[in-house]
Design a protein around this ligand. Structure first.
Ligand SMILES: Nc1ncnc2c1ncn2[C@@H]1O[C@H](COP(=O)(O)OP(=O)(O)OP(=O)(O)O)[C@@H](O)[C@H]1O
Length: 238
């Protein structure tokens, strides 16, 4: 893979919370349109890695390249302007705006002028949201809010969507619905970084995967190979 195909090129990342050293030299590359799974037990550094990539962890070291730009010292929001949409667990919805307003407010063209994720397409992708179109954000169930968050991310025409525990705590039917949408996003050519407790699904639906243990990458590669690795169960505690 040539460097120019990489939309994210993070190398040797370290992160600290005060004196606590949490990431110990993590590298992560994502190519255009690629789906990457990020696995690891609780507290191993997955969210910290994402927050570091987005510039939210200020005590950090290492290189972060995004679309060929050096973002190592960038502030939060700079990544969003470049086309990275972050869908944090159960957040990102305006409670006092309707579903329609939440979506329309997020709308903007992609960096290359793309406008293929229209309001109508998002509605067609999430039939449940269509039924709730006039409801306020705070009248939605947790699953509907999560869908709305993903819908808002799509309306920004991102190059990369980061989904941190998008299915956490949701009913099985809703979880299945979200995985269906994740597959649709993948098929549409948007790169994704996915954190989810269901490691089997993550590995079955991603191109590459990496497993974190105590802030270090202990296993990485093609997802199919990671799924077959004898050490996987030990790292995930399953
Ligand atoms: N704001 C914070 N201040 C101090 N320590 C933190 C903070 N956030 C996370 N940590 C610590 O950093 C380590 C990594 O946490 P992180 O949330 O990145 O793990 P994770 O793999 O995402 O796990 P989880 O699935 O539980 O969120 C843990 O030891 C955690 O206690």
């Amino acid at each position: 893979m040539t460097t120019s195909e990489l939309i994210l090129d993070a190398r040797d990342l370290h992160a600290w919370y005060g004196s606590s050293h949490v990431l110990h030299g993590v590298s992560l590359q994502i190519a255009r349109g690629e789906t990457v799974g990020l696995l690891g037990r609780n507290g191993m550094g997955k969210s910290t890695l994402i927050r570091t990539l987005l510039g939210h962890v200020t005590q950090r070291d290492g290189h972060i390249g995004l679309f060929g730009q050096d973002m190592s010292k960038a502030r939060p929001h700079a990544a969003a302007r470049l086309g990275v949409a972050y869908v944090p667990e159960g957040r990102g919805v305006f409670p006092n705006l309707s579903v329609r307003e939440n979506l329309l407010m997020a709308a903007r063209r992609g960096r290359d002028g793309r406008n293929d994720w229209t309001f109508e397409r998002v509605m067609a992708t999430f039939p449940r949201l269509q039924e709730r179109i006039a409801n306020m954000g705070n009248q939605l169930s947790g699953g509907e809010q999560q869908m709305l968050s993903i819908g808002r991310a799509l309306m920004t025409h991102p190059e990369l969507i980061i989904l941190d525990e998008a299915t956490e705590g949701l009913a099985p039917l809703i979880v299945a619905e979200i995985w269906r949408v994740i597959a649709e996003i993948r098929a549409s050519g948007i790169a994704t970084l996915i954190v989810d407790r269901d490691w089997r699904k993550v590995l079955a639906r991603s191109d590459q995967a990496l497993v974190l243990q105590k802030g270090q990458v202990v296993l990485s590669g093609r997802s199919a190979a990671v799924a077959e690795d004898a050490a996987l169960g030990r790292y995930l505690g399953v």
